[in-house]
Design a protein around this ligand. Structure first.
Ligand code: SF4
Ligand code: SF4
Length: 341
């Protein structure tokens, strides 16, 4: 483990920036968000960013390719470029876990080369959560906010930053910062972790369990009458899907510029009435069906197809942002507490 005095934090950011583009959470009027670091920008003290870190690997829109059509011939123009090397600093444990959920989708055969390119070039510096908030429930999914993972795990105290490499990629970056850091024992971090775990145990959602859900539970929940009451106020606004670090649905659209066609990938939302609309029509005609799809996917379908891994990481963003205060916690409490048929 290495230690850095906090008065050298800017020097650390400058040193990382010398070889990698550095992104970190900074405070803005709209809340904390990841921005490219430059001298004068300071690390946010907010618990988490409004939008998750998934944008760096799966951006909201991207140009997949261009093509030109003349008669019966099509010229395909490959628009891909090699990603820059970058460091994402200050990623919380929930968002680090979300990368595993995304990896299982985008790195499964056939590999999504756009996503893989950015994953290969990105180095994650995580940050332990010393002050988790009432909407947090990462522990429900086995995530330890005191042991946040990533390529380099960081812990911050009032006067120092502690850094532990977890991967070869992380070790290489950490080695390049040796002149700023010093070797240390884990004593201070162990003490901080004990405090974090005490705080986590006192959170209002500390007892929320996912045990009632998981692999193979489709028949148990699909026709549950509770979906009607849970979904009836849903506005179909898609906010919950856009702030969610694990939602990964997208649409592909072509835009004719008049000089050729640009093919874009854009985030989509299963909460939208036009989602997966086909020539034969819309497969989910009601908001109840769309609402059910989102939560069944996170709590049942995804774990069924991914060795029991849930596709919620308990970040609490949907809890904080849904305009009608509906969220996965209410769904879990309602369905998980029902008398099972
Ligand atoms: S659950 Fe809430 S955030 Fe999600 S689509 Fe419905 S109203 Fe919008
Ligand atoms: S469903 Fe809600 S709590 Fe779970 S990962 Fe998505 S935004 Fe976070």
């Amino acid at each position: 483990m290495r230690k850095l005095s906090l008065d050298k934090l800017d020097a650390l950011f400058a040193a990382i920036s010398a070889t990698n583009t550095l992104y970190l959470p900074v405070d803005t009027k709209a809340g904390a968000r990841f921005e490219r670091w430059e001298s004068g920008k300071t690390l946010s003290t907010a618990l988490n960013t409004v939008r998750s870190a998934k944008d760096f690997f799966f951006p909201q829109t991207e140009n997949l390719m261009d093509f030109k059509v003349e008669g019966k011939s099509i010229e395909i123009i490959d628009t891909r470029t090699e990603s820059e090397d970058f460091v994402l600093f200050g990623v919380r444990a929930c968002d680090v876990k979300s990368f595993e959920v995304l990896d299982r989708v985008f790195l499964a055969d056939p590999v999504d080369t756009y996503y893989k390119n950015r994953r290969d070039h990105g180095v994650i510096f995580s940050m332990a959560c010393t002050r988790p908030v009432e909407s947090c429930f990462c522990g429900t999914f086995g995530i330890d906010a005191a042991n946040p993972g990533g390529d380099v795990a960081c812990h911050m105290t009032d006067d120092a930053l502690y850094l532990q490499a977890n991967t070869d990629k992380g070790q290489r970056v950490l080695d390049s910062l040796d002149s700023l850091t010093e070797a240390c024992t884990t004593e201070v971090v162990d003490e901080q972790n004990a405090l974090i775990r005490e705080r986590l145990a006192r959170l209002p959602l500390a007892d929320l369990s996912a045990e009632a859900f998981g692999s193979g539970k489709t028949a148990e929940y699909f026709d549950a009458p509770e979906w009607k009451q849970l979904s009836e106020s849903c506005l179909g606004c898609g906010t919950c899907t856009f702030v969610c670090p694990t939602c990964q649905c997208y649409d592909i659209k072509d835009f004719n510029t008049g000089h050729g066609v640009k093919r874009f990938r854009c985030w989509d939302s299963c909460m939208y009435s036009e989602f997966t609309k086909m020539s034969a029509g819309q497969p989910r005609l009601t908001q109840l069906e769309r609402f059910r799809q989102r939560f069944m996917h996170k709590l049942v379908y995804y774990p069924t197809n991914n060795d029991g891994l849930f596709s919620c990481v308990g970040c609490g963003r949907c809890v904080a942002k849904c305009p009608i205060h509906m969220n996965i916690v209410k769904v879990m409490k309602t369905l998980g507490g029902r008398e099972h048929a």
